[in-house]
Design a protein around this ligand. Structure first.
Ligand code: NAD
Length: 387
């Protein structure tokens, strides 16, 4: 029996969480669900994420979560970002896979990508200085005094500054995670993505450390010159000889490559901002948000959630597609070591989608198709395949 924190979220969250719980329970894996309310109503009433929610996740170390609404331009900060930061969930893993029956421009291509995004550093670290504030003038003055290269030529009155920290330890940790995933899941390659030709001290460092980790895994490098002067990262406990190939792409080129030949890529590891953009691009390759699952993983806890948001306009209508959260549940089963159950759950989802009968409106060729089923009915069809 596993203890798992279950966060229904808000908007359509509770409906897709109920559907997902049903499917996971139907795999026969024993889970004691610790339900923790943490939607917009709770946050508004209590002023912040209740301590009991964090305590539950820390105790159980695994959580399945429905989406939570973030008010735009007012009210509380994103609960989703807060949980990732508070629990130090440094790795965001998003598989993007084609399933027969899901409409996309790439139906004839077998897309099967794993995007591994660093979740804690980069321009998303939140170290920002607003135009017109006194502190910003100090920052600009210091930068201009210390910089050995370019200087900021505009005044603090009209210039905002966001800082991009990229560390050796943060880079090694996420690239190691990507390689471990590749080894554990018998993947062929890891592609490290950034813009090192422009940002030499952040993205240059990222490539240096990616290579050091790849070398510790005994990887074959796509180009021999990438190995020049690289020492294997000594703090990485890799077995070596992993058989996983190491490749590099600049972010702009990667966008084009993924659009033109996504089948050439396997595990892709990148920084926070590039990862945010690439994960939507990759979701688009395989049919959009309705089928895009996700996992946020740290050393002490892991939180599984769909890529999409709370779709509040459909709240309470038993209408939206539960697939992305159910596939996140598959990732959770894999994480718990229940790989057989995870594979059976994925196969059941794939079968229901391929049959095209018991699917929600967004998966029908015509979105007004009256034969579309509701969220719970699609989940029940998946459960029937599991019995
Ligand atoms: P959204 O993902 O909720 O919706 C975008 C579009 O996709 C909408 O047209 C919606 O109808 C459709 N859609 C989304 N999920 C669907 C599903 N399962 N089945 C069918 N159609 C689906 O994005 P948004 O409207 O930008 O965000 C709504 C709220 O969710 C915002 O407050 C946002 O901050 C929040 N959000 C939360 C998370 C999270 O909890 N991790 C992630 C993203 C957005």
């Amino acid at each position: 029996m596993y203890n798992v924190t279950l966060i229904p979220g808000d908007g359509t969250g509770p409906e897709i969480v109920e559907a997902t719980k049903k499917c996971i329970d139907a795999t026969g894996v024993g889970i004691d669900w610790d339900v923790q309310e943490c939607g917009i109503e709770v946050i508004e009433a209590e002023g912040s994420v209740p301590t009991r929610v964090l305590d539950s996740i820390k105790k159980n170390q695994v959580a399945l979560k429905g989406p939570i609404t973030t008010p735009i331009g007012k009210g509380f900060r994103s609960v989703n970002v807060f949980l990732r930061q508070e629990l130090n969930l440094f790795a965001c893993v998003r598989p993007c896979k084609s399933y027969k029956g899901v409409r996309s421009y790439y139906e004839e291509t077998n897309v099967d990508l794993i995007l591994v995004r660093e979740n804690t550093e980069d321009l998303y670290a939140g170290v920002e200085f607003k135009a017109g504030e006194a502190g910003t003038a100090d920052v600009i003055r210091t930068i201009n005094e210390k910089s050995t290269g370019k200087k900021i030529g505009t005044s603090a009155d009209e210039t905002g500054v966001s800082i991009k920290p990229i560390s050796v330890s943060g880079t090694r940790r996420i690239v190691d995670h990507a390689f471990k995933y590749a080894v554990d899941n018998k993947r062929k390659s890891v592609t490290s993505v950034c813009k090192a030709n422009i940002m030499k001290f952040t993205d240059g460092l990222w490539y240096d450390e990616s290579r050091a980790v790849a070398m510790a895994y005994g990887s074959e490098f796509e180009w021999e010159e990438l190995r020049e002067g690289v020492e294997p990262a000594k703090d990485i406990s890799a077995a070596g000889g992993s058989g996983v190939k190491y490749m590099e792409r600049l972010i702009d080129n990667m966008c084009m490559q993924l659009v033109q030949k996504p089948e050439l890529y396997d595990v892709v590891v990148t920084q926070n901002l590039y990862g945010d953009i690439l994960s939507d691009l990759c979701a688009g390759l395989v049919g959009g948000l309705g089928v895009a699952p996700g996992a946020n993983i740290g050393t002490e806890a892991a939180l599984f959630e769909a890529t999409h948001g709370s779709a509040p306009k459909y709240k309470g209508q038993n209408k939206v597609n539960p697939t992305a959260l159910i596939l996140s549940g598959k990732l959770m089963l894999d994480y718990l070591g229940e790989r057989d159950a995870g594979a059976r759950l994925e196969a059941a989802v794939a079968e229901v989608i391929a049959e095209g009968k018991d699917v929600t409106y967004d998966m029908k060729p015509d979105r007004n198709d009256p034969t579309a089923v509701g969220t719970q009915e699609m989940a029940e069809a998946i459960c029937r395949k599991l019995r």
